[in-house]
Design a protein around this ligand. Structure first.
Ligand code: FMN
Length: 480
């Protein structure tokens, strides 16, 4: 279908259209679409997928499809190598019923064509601030207004600097400055650029301004022999973050204090050796990120891990179980405590100050003593017990049975039980299959990414606290 050009209508009609659009709080373009949609409702020829013989160029220039109740994302693609992943991101978002409209920077067009992005999004791609076809009614403001969420992927160092500085010299930055909607950045850049003082400054400003982030991840770079933090989050991780923001966990935990533990603990044997486990911290860190983006004030107490610190949380880095307990006690009081760390059950009764040497007269004897049980200690606190205490049970067999026993033994409110047997790939992997065990029963969640598990958990926590609020706020029966 040819694109509609309101400019070519006569002045009187344009004026009537503007008045009608203003009355309905729509843009002129949207008003015209609305009129056409009503007129054609019986013919049902709008909103249908591209005709079989429609070319990708037609699709790229086709006017946006009706956007009735769909959730709408404006995806801004910046000029980085990771731009190719954004094509998959468009596909993944649309699979979930999310309408995607795309803006590409000039640099992004060196890596991708608007044609490919348009063919996948099914909508015209916007590239130019001074585009007469869309700026007759100040289209960049409309782009900013018509989305439920703005996603920048890849978010280049340049775009981050522009957003932090409030620039508006091109379409992408003008839209980002003009929007009141939540912005999600998926940064992607060389590790040196990511850790540069300028990017750190811009990042701090963006976080202070309430911008949400997903990634970047650690790993290999496109450049040969380069590795570090700077890889764009995978499309499915970005989708999970988008779903989280669109389903409005944003604000769901606003005003609440949440303590989360994550990762393993290391229990020293001597200055060079320690007892450890395979926990990566991915699940605990994902929960911290989700809680922060839901508006909570998050303290993340983490053992030694190789995953990046989530943004917007207070990090406390510890090594041993006893350090972790001390940090938790220090961080209390809190509304919610989520104990996802794989705390070592035992430590040696003696931590040798010197490296233990082979003597040739036999092996050294290690005597183990029990570590403090952080979950149980916090769940049994009299005055500072969080309203909701949640533990994780990492099991390799009889998962539900053991989780139920752990719930009773520890005195916590919920246990999230997961299978960490070697075959499950959970330890260190990106996916998790979780069973939520509580006094009211067992709920088995489907296998999901750890980000999705985190988002789901945050939703449950918000719902639980909301349900409890009237009971917690009502006067106690025996109060005077
Ligand atoms: C081959 C190549 C790859 C690049 N990859 C990145 C990248 O991953 N991240 C980044 O921030 N900049 C990258 N750049 C630099 C940006 O393209 C450049 O800063 C550009 O001005 C960004 O424009 P934009 O932010 O408007 O898209 C790359 C440049 C080239 C030539």
């Amino acid at each position: 279908m040819a694109s509609l050009t309101v400019r070519q209508l006569d002045e009187a009609l344009k004026k009537r259209l503007r008045l009608r659009a203003a009355k309905h709080g729509r843009s002129v373009e949207d008003e015209v679409r609305n009129i056409l949609r009503s007129a054609a409702a019986s013919a049902d020829e709008f909103g249908a997928p591209a005709a079989p013989n429609e070319t990708t160029r037609d699709a790229a220039t086709r006017e946006p499809a009706p956007r009735a109740a769909a959730r709408r994302v404006l995806l801004i693609i910046g000029g980085g190598i990771a731009a190719y992943k954004s094509l998959d991101l468009i596909r993944r978002l649309r699979e979930r019923g999310i309408a995607v409209r795309v803006v590409m920077t000039q640099a992004a067009q060196q890596f991708l064509t608007p044609l490919s992005a348009g063919a996948l999004s099914g909508e015209r791609v916007f590239t130019d601030l001074f585009d007469p076809a869309s700026e007759f009614d100040v289209g960049h403001i409309r782009l900013a207004r018509e989305a439920d969420l703005i996603v920048v992927a890849p978010a280049t160092a340049n775009l981050m600097a522009k957003i932090a500085g409030g620039h508006a010299g091109d379409l992408a930055s003008a839209v980002l400055l003009a929007t009141g909607k939540k912005i999600l950045l998926a940064p992607a850049m060389n590790p040196q650029m990511w850790s540069s003082k300028a990017t750190r400054r811009n990042l701090a400003q963006l976080i202070a301004d309430g911008v949400a982030l997903v990634g970047p991840n650690a790993g290999e770079m496109a450049e040969r022999n380069e590795a570090g933090i700077g890889r764009m989050a995978e499309p499915l991780e970005i989708v999970a973050a988008v779903e989280g923001l669109l389903t409005n966990t944003g604000g769901a935990l606003a005003g609440l204090r949440v303590i989360i533990t994550s990762g393993p603990t290391h229990e020293p044997i001597d200055p060079v050796r320690y007892i450890a486990n395979r926990s990566s911290g991915k699940q605990g860190h994902a929960i911290a990120a989700a809680a922060a983006s839901a508006g909570a004030e998050v303290t993340l107490i983490a053992g030694p891990v190789n995953v990046p610190d989530p943004v917007g949380v207070k990090m406390v880095k510890v090594e041993t179980a006893r350090d972790m307990l001390a940090a938790v006690e220090q961080a209390l009081p809190a509304d919610v405590g989520i104990f996802a760390a794989a705390v070592a059950d035992w430590r040696t009764d003696h931590n040798s100050k010197e490296k233990i040497k082979k003597t040739g007269t036999g092996t050294p004897e290690l005597t183990l003593v029990e570590n403090p049980d952080i979950l149980s200690i916090v769940a049994h606190l009299k005055t500072k017990r969080p309203r909701l205490v949640i533990g994780f049970a990492a099991e390799t067999e009889k998962i539900i049975e053991h989780a139920k026993a752990k719930l009773a033994r520890k005195g916590c409110d919920w246990i999230l039980a997961n299978d960490v047997s070697a075959e499950s790939g959970v330890m260190g992997g990106d996916r998790n299959t979780v069973h939520l065990v509580s006094a009211s029963g067992i709920e088995s969640w489907p296998q999901q990414t750890k980000d999705e598990v985190a988002g789901e958990l945050i939703k449950r926590i918000a719902a639980e606290l909301k349900e409890r609020a009237p009971k917690e706020n009502s006067p106690k029966e025996n109060s005077p």
